[in-house]
Structures are given as structure tokens and as C-alpha cells.
Ligand binder design. Structure first.
Ligand code: NAP
Length: 283
């Protein structure tokens, strides 16, 4: 019997239990995937969860908003990608040490490659937002040789500058360009951009009437749009990009890919992605 779970807050809409229960069932492994809601700032409860992983009561834990960064102080070691990104979403024990790993970055990269397969587009991306998911996306794109631009709101400018500094060496001579998320700036950047990634929560249920892309601003010619938000199944951003003839997707594929990778960390077993897609599509 394997004991898996997820901590974060709030957790009531999480699809992770559905994904991991389907994965357990697909490989015929007895186990559970429990939710451990922990309110923001409750370090005692996070420390208690860390203790339960150390003493074997929990075998594997996913971490989501708002604890992906703060929980790092309770761990023994980070994998190199988690260290670079500065956020973890997957915890497990190895050789007596509590390890933090990040499967969002490889999960995003796997899905975006599938999404762009055979398009032959140039690697020039614009990422909206500078939070934990934006860091994972930026890391993944730079690893894959993309040129990177970021658009953030004013309150996020320092966070974006910090990201620029930590990933600067990886970005090569072109560097990372950061602008404010405003119509004029995006219009100016637009021409060269081939992929827009929304890494803000704008448009997420229940606030589904909003889009991270400014109203009335045309999408750049030939540009694809990847929205990390996956609830609702078609966000306003994705709907409008498709209506404008652009290739567009939500982040459901990334969710599936990151879950599959976490599951493999804990069990050593691969699960067919089709099994996971079928499970969430049913929901
Ligand atoms: P986060 O750490 O809270 O970061 C959110 C970012 O968006 C911050 O930079 C925030 O700015 C910015 N933002 C929020 N509202 C904004 C607005 N109205 N205008 C401009 N910027 C705004 O959250 P996260 O972990 O990065 O997650 C971001 C989104 O990605 C969430 O919807 C999450 O569900 C989704 N996600 C999806 C997957 C997947 O597998 N598909 C994986 C991870 C995350 P401030 O700092 O100023 O608030």
C-alpha cells in the first residue's frame, strides 16, 4: 500500500486525486492519494507533513499553491532543476534524505513540444506572469533554446527582474526582455513572438470572463497560444486565439505530464498518458 497526497490551499477543485488514482489503478498498485489542505503561512502543519514523509507514513507528496517555495526550507535536498527554478511540486525520500523536485518544467516542455509538433515555428516566446509557474516555464523554454520575453504587472516587476538575473546565463547573448503587461508594450513586442504562454491565473474558474491578453490587441501573426490555466476546458484566451485563427491550448496536457512524472518518481513506474487524459476528461 502506497500513501500519496497533495498539500496546498485551497484544494477542493484539484484534479490530482483523479489523475493519481487512475495511475495507481492502471498499474495495479494498491494505494491512496489524500488531500492535505494547509492554510497559507501554517508552517507547523507543513513541518508535520515533512515529518510524516521522513518516517514513512507518506511515500510521496505533491505541493501546490501557495507552498511550492516556502516548503523548501523543510527539505534536505533539491534536484538541480528544482534548485534553479526555486520551487518544488514533488517530494519523496531517497537514501534517507527528503528531496524536493519540480515536474512542472519538464511537464510543460513535453506538452508544448507536442502542441507545436510539425509547426516549424521559430523559438521566440512571450511569457505572461512571473510567479512559480512562470519560473518553471521560463526554465523549460531556456533549456530548450528559446528566446524569452516576459510581460508582468507592475507589482511583479522585481520578481521578473530576479528571474532575469537567475536565468540570465542560460539565456545567452539575447538575454531576457521584461516589459509591463500593457497593450502598447505587447503590441511593440508582438511581431517577433511565435508563442505566447499565459502563466498568470487570469481566466481561471470562477473568473472565466477574463483574458490575460489585452482586449482588442491582435495576436501576432502565426503565433501559437498556450494557456497554463485548464479550468474551464476552453479559457477565454484560448477561445479568442482560436477565433483569430491561432493554434491554442490550455494547460491540461501539462497537468497530465507533470502528474505522470511525479508518479514515476514515487513508484518507479510509467503510466500511459492516455490513461490520465481519459480520467480527467471524464471529470
Ligand atoms: P503564482 O505563483 O501565484 O503566480 C501568478 C502570477 O500571475 C504572479 O506573477 C501574479 O502577479 C500574476 N498575476 C495574477 N493576477 C494577475 C493579473 N490580474 N494581471 C497580471 N498578472 C497577474 O501562481 P502560479 O503557481 O505561478 O500559477 C499560475 C497559474 O498557472 C495558475 O492558474 C495555475 O493554476 C496555473 N498552473 C498550471 C499548471 C498546469 O499543470 N497546467 C501548473 C502550474 C500552474 P502578482 O505576484 O503581482 O500577484
Amino acid at each position: 500500500m502506497i500513501h500519496l497526497g497533495l498539500t496546498g490551499y485551497p484544494l477542493s477543485h484539484s484534479l490530482s486525486p483523479t489523475l493519481h488514482k487512475a495511475a495507481l489503478s492502471a498499474i495495479g498498485l494498491q494505494g491512496e492519494y489524500r488531500l492535505y489542505p494547509v492554510a497559507p503561512g501554517d508552517m507547523d502543519s507543513l513541518a508535520d507533513l515533512a515529518r510524516r514523509i521522513r518516517n514513512g507514513k507518506i511515500d510521496g507528496l505533491n505541493v501546490t499553491i501557495p507552498h511550492k517555495q516556502i516548503i523548501i526550507s523543510l527539505l534536505d535536498e533539491l534536484t538541480p532543476s528544482a534548485e534553479a527554478i526555486g520551487a518544488v511540486n514533488t517530494l519523496y525520500m531517497r537514501d534517507g534524505r527528503l528531496i524536493g523536485h519540480n515536474t512542472d518544467a519538464p511537464g510543460f516542455l513535453a506538452d508544448v513540444k507536442e502542441f507545436l509538433r510539425n509547426t516549424g515555428i521559430q523559438k521566440n516566446a512571450l511569457v505572461l506572469g512571473a510567479g512559480g509557474a512562470a519560473r518553471a516555464v521560463a526554465y523549460a523554454l531556456l533549456q530548450d533554446g528559446w528566446k524569452l520575453n516576459m510581460a508582468v504587472r507592475q507589482t511583479d516587476f522585481n520578481q521578473a527582474q530576479a528571474l532575469k538575473e537567475s536565468f540570465g546565463a542560460q539565456a545567452g547573448s539575447g538575454g531576457i526582455k521584461v516589459v509591463l503587461l500593457e497593450t502598447e508594450n505587447l503590441g511593440r513586442l508582438g511581431g517577433g513572438v511565435n508563442l505566447i504562454v499565459n502563466a498568470t491565473p487570469i481566466g481561471m474558474f470562477p473568473e472565466t470572463d477574463y483574458s490575460a491578453w489585452p482586449e482588442g490587441l491582435p495576436f501576432p501573426e502565426g503565433c501559437a497560444v498556450y494557456d497554463l490555466v485548464y479550468n474551464p476546458p476552453e479559457t477565454r484566451l484560448v477561445r479568442e486565439a482560436r477565433a483569430a485563427g491561432r493554434r491554442a491550448t490550455t494547460g491540461l496536457g501539462m497537468l497530465v505530464e507533470q502528474a505522470g512524472r511525479s508518479f514515476t518518481c514515487w513508484t518507479g513506474r510509467e503510466v500511459a498518458r492516455g490513461v490520465l487524459f481519459d480520467a480527467v476528461e471524464e471529470v
